[in-house]
Design a protein around this ligand. Structure first.
Ligand code: GLP
Length: 260
């Protein structure tokens, strides 16, 4: 019997610490242990932690693993990254529903701050969320990378590394909308919303620590561009290379275009 290696390779690209794991399960467990440690160290220091949770299919295993960790959720304020504009909180593709169904209803955090994509006054909702974020410095942001290289809903055409806002309204590009349709969140491509509310790149980078979980072959180009391209908005995730407390968790499939 051959013993499978759990960690295939570790490396640092600029400031970004990258680990390639043998499988998505092992990757998700390692990422959740890392996040557990960071959360518990924030709780030990000041009694509570502020965290951002990403949504999307790429986060399923990570979220499952995080639920099982030793974390006092009564001391945690939870934020999220993005929400489709004008989608109701019980639409199957709503990120609020995703979080409620997949983790919040099990762990019962101290407080959850939802970004209401269907707020009657969208501008007011975004400025309100921005103020809440300013008042709650984020200890750890748990994020993913989309097939088009986006982080949150900052697609290449909309990402701005110097955004002055923390939350903004964006147009979703075709690749992003196609990914959401192909994953089965919407009955047709036309049903995928064209707009969304998202935390901006500076809002994500303001987090003390960033844990980015990216499994799957279909992310291999985005991962390659994140680590090998120039740091610019053609691949928004490339900005992670400038954050000194950022970690990227890959499986052997998302890492398959890398040299290892
Ligand atoms: C998605 C979500 C984000 C997520 C990112 C990558 O579209 N809006 O919350 O972090 O993009 O995840 P995935 O590729 O699984 O959608």
């Amino acid at each position: 019997m051959t013993l499978k290696k759990e960690i295939i390779k570790e490396m640092t690209v600029d400031k970004l610490n990258v680990t390639i794991f043998d499988s998505a399960d092992i990757m998700a467990n390692a990422a959740s242990s890392f996040v557990e440690k960071k959360i518990n160290s924030a709780i030990n220091k000041r009694g509570f932690a502020n965290i951002i949770l990403a949504t999307g299919s790429s986060q399923f295993l990570f979220i499952e693993a995080l639920k099982k960790k030793e974390i006092d959720w009564q001391k945690i304020n939870v934020f999220h990254l993005d929400e489709y504009k004008d989608i109701s909180a019980n639409h199957p593709a709503s990120f609020r529903k995703y979080l409620k169904d997949r983790i919040l209803s099990f762990v019962n955090p101290k407080k959850v701050y939802f970004l209401n994509g269907d707020a009657a006054d969208c501008e007011k909702e975004m400025r309100k969320y921005e103020q809440i974020l300013i008042n709650h410095p984020i200890d750890i942001a748990c994020i993913g990378i989309g097939e088009n290289g986006h982080i949150a809903f900052n697609d290449p055409g909309e990402a701005d590394f110097n955004d002055r806002d923390q939350v903004k309204l964006v147009n979703l590009d075709e690749a992003c909308r196609r990914q959401q349709f192909t994953e089965g969140w919407f009955p047709s491509f036309d049903d995928v919303p064209r707009k969304a509310l998202t935390l901006t790149i500076p809002a994500i980078l303001n987090s003390k620590v960033i844990s980015c979980v990216v499994p799957d072959q279909r992310k291999s180009k985005a991962v390659y561009d994140t680590l090998n391209g120039k740091i610019n908005t053609s691949c928004p995730a490339s900005i992670l290379r400038t954050h000194s407390q950022s970690r990227l968790f890959l499986d052997q499939f998302s890492a398959s275009r890398l040299d290892f």
